[in-house]
Every structure is written in structure tokens, then in C-alpha cells.
Design a protein around this ligand. Structure first.
Ligand SMILES: O=C(O)CCC(=O)C(=O)O
Length: 263
């Protein structure tokens, strides 16, 4: 039987408005073993629809792509401007995610980057990659370390086999099979959480976006939570990883400011 990679926030946790110990333990164990986990029922779908519309209005307009980083065929990344609705507390400090994120990264974790990757209609499969260089030249040593950076991927529309999703190689953050790049497709899994869900992956995981065979673009938010000493020094040459101005930062609550303390 194949490994469980997608979990759901239970009715009880929904009622308590917080991830309970069972979900935290299941998702922690899954992240440790597989380097990724999908979680359903995390976000209010009405909020995601508002964010999606704001994304379309701001970024799917001619000229908006000037600073985007190309990350594959018809696929680019932009640092979203952190203001409503992108600055909603449910996105930045989600009560179902933060107990999991802080369990894995420590209570003093920070947000290092907040971006969106969008694949346009007709985008081909993305190359298989890890998002950042390993911490040390010694790969085995780097792979033996505990998790230090987690990307939370939040699809802004329902993912289907037509829109595509992200394909991951479970366990590749530790690479026990000694895969060389690219690892065999047969060992990959395409994650399809329900709309309102998300998936988390370890910074060392091999992954790649799949083709977009639909007629709509497929924006996915990427919130990169990390231990406070880590920075992405490779992906931001002409964009700021946290695109927020001082006036907007001043309006945020203290717990969010703490998460942004290196912005
Ligand atoms: O488009 C996707 O689903 C994945 C994109 C991605 O993994 C990346 O750009 O690093």
C-alpha cells in the first residue's frame, strides 16, 4: 500500500480552531520521513478566492511581470506585495499550520520569503530540482540534518490533473536511494490536496511543477518558514523576498511582526 502523504484537519481541530496534538504528530512524522505532507481544510476557501482575485487583478495584467523570475517554461515567480488580502493572518500565522511549523522549526522561526509561482496555460513540466543549495558541500551531512526550512504551498484554485500540481519525490530530502538528478518518475507522487488545503515541503526535497494542461493560469503561494539563521541567497536578485513597506508592516499584529523581524 502506498504511503499516506495527505492528512486533514479534523472536525475537532476545526472546532478548537487549532491543530491538535494528533495532527501535529502525524504531519511531523510524515515531514521527517517523506520531506513533504499535504493537509486539507486549512484555509477558508472564501479567503483563497479573494486572494486569487487580487492576484489576477494585480499580477495577471500586462507589464506586471517585469521583475518576475522565470522558473521554467511559461512559469514564473514573483514576490507578492504583502498587503490585504495577502497579509491576512490566516495566511501568515495559520492556527492549523503554525503548531506544525513551529514543532519542526522551533518557536523562534521566521518567514524568509513570500512569493507566488504561476504556470501559464500550456506550461510544460518543470525541471526537477531542489529550491536551494545544500547547507554544506557534503551532501550526506546536509541530508542528515533536521529540517531547517519549510515551504508552505497554497494553491489559489482547485488543483486537478488538468491544472497540474507539484510532483515530489518522497524521501528525497534524505535521498536514501542515492538518486542522481533527475530521479525516476515512477518514484514521484503528484500532490492534490483539496481546495483550501496546502502542502509543505522540506528545502532539500526534489520536486517540480507538472504541466498546466488547462486554460487558466495556476498561481500557488509559497510561504517559506525557516529557522532564524537561514536565508535564501540564490533566488532573489531583483525582487525582495518579503515585499512589504514600512507603513504596511506597522499595521500588522505583534506576532506577525515577530515572524517578519528580519524583513
Ligand atoms: O509550479 C509548481 O507547481 C512548482 C514550482 C516550483 O516548485 C518552483 O518553482 O520551485
Amino acid at each position: 500500500m502506498s504511503e499516506q502523504l495527505v492528512y486533514s484537519v479534523s472536525e475537532e481541530d476545526l472546532g478548537n480552531q487549532q491543530a491538535g496534538p494528533a495532527l501535529v504528530e502525524q504531519t511531523r512524522a510524515c515531514m521527517q520521513k517523506n520531506g513533504a505532507v499535504g493537509i486539507n481544510n486549512v484555509f477558508d476557501t472564501a479567503l483563497l478566492e479573494r486572494v486569487h482575485q487580487a492576484y489576477i487583478d494585480r499580477y495577471e495584467v500586462v507589464g506586471a511581470e517585469a521583475n518576475n523570475k522565470q522558473v521554467g517554461d511559461k512559469r514564473s515567480m514573483l514576490a507578492v506585495e504583502i498587503k490585504p488580502p495577502f497579509s491576512d493572518v490566516e495566511l501568515l500565522l495559520n492556527p492549523f499550520l503554525m503548531p506544525i511549523v513551529t514543532r519542526l522549526l522551533g518557536a523562534d522561526c521566521i518567514l524568509d520569503a513570500y512569493t507566488a509561482v504561476s504556470s501559464l496555460p500550456g506550461a510544460a513540466d518543470q525541471h526537477v530540482h531542489v529550491d536551494y543549495p545544500y547547507l554544506f558541500e557534503d551532501e550526506a551531512l546536509s541530508q542528515s540534518l533536521p529540517t531547517y526550512t519549510i515551504t508552505v504551498a497554497v494553491p489559489l484554485l482547485p488543483l486537478t490533473p488538468l491544472t497540474g500540481t507539484t510532483r515530489i519525490w518522497p524521501g528525497s530530502h534524505r535521498n536514501p536511494s542515492g538518486w542522481k538528478e533527475p530521479p525516476p518518475i515512477k518514484d514521484s507522487v503528484s500532490l492534490f490536496p483539496e481546495f483550501g488545503g496546502c502542502y509543505l515541503f522540506d528545502a532539500r526535497l526534489q520536486h517540480g511543477g507538472t504541466a498546466n494542461l488547462s486554460d487558466r493560469s495556476r498561481p500557488i503561494l509559497y510561504l517559506v518558514y525557516t529557522r532564524p539563521w537561514w536565508r535564501d541567497y540564490t533566488n532573489f536578485s531583483n525582487q525582495k523576498p518579503l515585499n512589504i513597506d514600512a507603513a504596511e508592516l506597522a499595521t500588522l499584529s505583534d506576532p506577525i511582526k515577530t515572524l517578519f523581524r528580519f524583513a
